[in-house]
Design a protein around this ligand. Structure first.
Ligand code: PMV
Length: 333
């Protein structure tokens, strides 16, 4: 028997960083997926094959006579530890230990803040649980995905695996999740090609907060209000055009506030401004910043914005919201 499962990437639409201070955040699944095949093997071991997992940071340098390649194997090893923990958790849950081969391909760049680790964990849990005959609900998969993150990272809000397992839009506040109706957002994600450290960026904001609480607190409060307002707009009975225009405006304000917190970089801001000039209604950082990704809301202008992102030095990914989270793609007996 062979099972193929897939799970989507996520973007934080609104509320990164302020969420660390107890404010809400809205995240959404996007249609970039990680695919995991799982099958039994005869040697009784767990074998993980990572065929194409979009690792950034290939550096090529030249000397007179030689070409040097450097890849980021550290990031690949990290991805594999999510897969290993996910398989162990499912086997524990099923009360079975068997030889399983898991093979991964992914459209999600690793270390870009798009939740690639959570997607690989969720797709692995989906594929291996199906293989072992364990029927898990999407909520149960999300919980095991969160457990996997806790085992590998030590701490996690659970946003990434929850969005990846369930799909659509999620409103997150102080540890609880609420599903929002998924609206079609024509977006373009722009990847700077480098990654920021979430841990260091969170610590940087914390230092500013401690040094100047009277200045940083109102910024965080405004960010929290932006998220509430965005939720109101998503739920409101407005025309699509009005929703897009209001959400775009909120994205631009949120980006400005993230910049004020010091988590933007020149390359992120270049991609944000290039997108706006090419006709995006809004553009902002998504995730921790310091590199990683931004996204633009660009109804009718996705290809223009993608070109602008490319010219500004980024990698554009035209995508849309994925209403579906974990998906069992194929089961062959
Ligand atoms: O790096 P990402 O995309 O997982 O986003 C981190 C979001 C922060 O708010 C900066 C940190 C957090 O733990 O919520």
């Amino acid at each position: 028997m062979r099972v193929l499962a897939s799970a989507p990437a996520k973007i934080i639409l609104f509320g990164e960083h302020s969420v660390v201070y107890g404010k809400p955040a809205i995240a959404a699944a996007i249609d970039l997926r990680t695919y995991v095949w799982a099958e039994f093997n005869k040697n009784g071991r767990i074998r993980i094959e990572a065929k194409d997992i979009k690792i950034p940071g290939l550096t090529v340098s030249f000397s007179e006579s030689e070409i040097y390649f450097e890849t980021d194997y550290g990031k690949a090893a990290e991805v594999l530890s999510y897969v290993r923990e996910a398989i162990n958790l499912v086997m524990e849950e099923a009360g079975q230990k068997k030889g399983v081969t898991v093979s991964i391909t992914s459209q999600i760049p690793v270390g870009a803040g798009l939740g690639s680790s959570a997607a690989v964990a969720v797709a692995t849990i989906g594929a291996v649980s199906k293989l072992l005959g364990l029927e898990l609900t999407k909520e149960e998969v999300a919980k095991l995905g969160h457990k996997t993150e806790l085992l590998v990272q030590g701490a996690s809000s659970g946003i990434d695996p929850t969005v990846s397992a369930i799909g659509g839009f999620l409103y997150y506040e102080k540890g609880t999740f609420e599903e929002l109706p998924a609206i079609e957002l024509p977006i373009v994600v722009g990847y700077t090609g480098s990654s920021g450290s979430t841990k260091e960026l969170v610590a940087k904001v914390r230092r500013s907060f401690e040094e100047m609480p009277d200045i940083i607190t109102p910024i965080l409060n405004s960010m929290g209000r932006i998220v509430e307002k965005a939720k109101e707009v998503i739920l409101a009975d407005y025309d699509k055009e009005i929703k897009f225009q209001l959400l775009g405006q909120l994205m631009n304000i949120n980006h400005g506030l993230l910049d004020a917190l010091g988590v933007s970089t020149k390359s992120l801001s270049d991609l944000v401004y290039a997108s706006r000039e090419a006709g995006a209604l809004g553009a902002k950082i998504t995730g921790a910043g310091g590199g990683g990704c931004m996204y633009a809301l660009a109804p009718g202008k996705q290809s223009e914005v993608a070109t602008a992102i490319k010219i500004a030095g980024g990698t554009p990914m035209i995508t849309k919201i994925s209403r579906e989270g974990l998906r069992i793609e194929d089961v062959t007996q």
